[in-house]
Write a protein that binds this ligand. Structure first.
Ligand code: NAD
Ligand code: ZN
Length: 351
């Protein structure tokens, strides 16, 4: 019971001012493992909790440890744990559901109302030296998959769930709106699932360069203006309207574009979470049978996400643009918040 810095970036009195704190090393329960943390990626939600103290109805009321895109090395196993042993390198799926409710039992555990999710208030995240977690929500990494890639499984799983909900398959024409980390992992996943053509939009030119380098067939810079004309431009580039659109910005105009650009009978998946109410041409979607589907995180997606990386079908390494040590967490959060230096995924090493 000693050592270790633990990062506690939220202070209810001083929002936005992170700080470190020492706490005792937790003791794993019978079905848990104690992990020596390795990598924690910074997500937009971590930045929001730090800077604004809330995302929608999730409000930070007490100091909270951030971080949920993470990987670690098993340090100790609870008495019932059979799937892991000390020394195993694992990716951590951060949401542990109740396993008892109808959502859990029907396999939609991402919708469990009692899920305990790292760094979603009131639960602490994993940006620390030692952290304990349910053993069955830890996924052993093959030797050739790095701990950084293990941490990236979290956003990648969002892309997997989005593409599954969208029904992306061999030959799909896919439009991805927004080229942040989530848009980019959706691009990678759609490509791995056999999409024929993928077009990516963004308002930032540098993000489109990254999308292109990661395999986008077409990119479109959104400068505002007429959305119908933009949809027409996308149709021209792709040779037809996309079967599937994955909206990854949350911007109202982008959701609007998602509706008018998608082929009749196609699917628009809403991944981006922007304003809680938006004005969109819903009758256009209704009368052209464009299905609008939401997604919430991911469900049973870690195994496929890991397989895509382990088999070499996708390369997530270009997403990681910045690396910091745990001691430099405040600087890491500033970099992620401002996107300075072309930051896409900022990774913190806890070793
Ligand atoms: P990000 O902010 O890094 O990326 C968003 C991108 O969209 C940026 O590159 C931005 O320039 C671009 N953009 C903004 N307005 C646009 C417009 N009008 N048209 C096209 N592009 C536009 O965020 P991220 O980490 O990539 O996450 C994307 C979204 O997904 C966020 O809203 C996040 O909250 C949401 N998200 C949802 C879930 C879920 O379970 N539904 C999970 C993870 C993230
Ligand atoms: Zn449940």
């Amino acid at each position: 019971m000693q050592e270790y810095g633990l990062f506690r970036p939220i202070d209810s009195q001083a929002l936005g001012s992170g700080e470190k704190e020492n706490r005792p090393i937790p003791e794993p329960g019978p079905n848990e493992v104690l992990l020596h943390m390795s990598c924690v990626g910074i997500c937009g939600s971590d930045v929001s909790y730090l800077k604004r103290g809330a995302i929608g109805d999730f409000i930070v009321k007490a100091p909270m440890v951030l971080g949920h895109e993470s990987s670690g090395v098993v340090a100790k196993c609870g008495s019932n744990v059979k799937n892991l042993k000390p020394g195993d390198r694992v990716a951590i799926e951060p949401g542990v559901p109740c396993r008892m409710c109808n959502f859990c039992k029907s396999g939609k555990y991402n919708l469990c109302p009692d899920v305990v999710f790292c760094a979603t208030p009131p639960y602490d995240g994993s940006l620390c030296r030692y952290y304990k977690h349910a053993a069955d929500f830890c996924f052993k990494l093959p030797d050739h998959v790095s701990l950084e890639e293990g941490a990236i499984l979290e956003p990648l799983s969002v892309g997997v769930h989005a593409c599954r909900r969208a029904g992306v398959t061999m030959g799909s024409n896919v439009l991805v709106l927004g080229a942040g980390p989530i848009g980019l992992v959706s691009l990678l996943t759609a490509k791995a699932m056999g999409a024929s053509q993928i077009c990516v939009t963004d308002i930032a030119e540098n993000r489109l360069h990254v999308a292109k380098s990661m395999g986008a067939d077409h990119t479109v810079l959104v400068k505002g203006g007429n959305l119908e004309a933009l949809a027409e431009e996308i149709k021209k580039l792709m040779g037809d309207m996309p079967d599937v659109t994955i909206e990854c910005s949350g911007a109202e105009s982008s959701i609007h574009l998602g509706i008018v650009a998608t082929k009749s009978g196609g699917v628009l998946v809403l991944v981006g979470l922007g304003p809680s109410e938006v004005k969109v041409p819903i009758v256009n979607a209704a009368t052209r049978e464009v299905d609008i589907r939401g997604i919430f995180r991911y469900v049973n997606c870690y195994p496929l996400a890991l397989d895509m990386i382990a088999s070499g079908k996708i390369n997530v390494k270009p997403l990681i643009t910045h690396r910091f040590k745990l001691e430099e967490s405040i600087k890491a959060f500033e970099t992620a918040a401002t996107g300075s230096g072309g930051a896409i995924k900022v990774m913190i090493s806890c070793e």
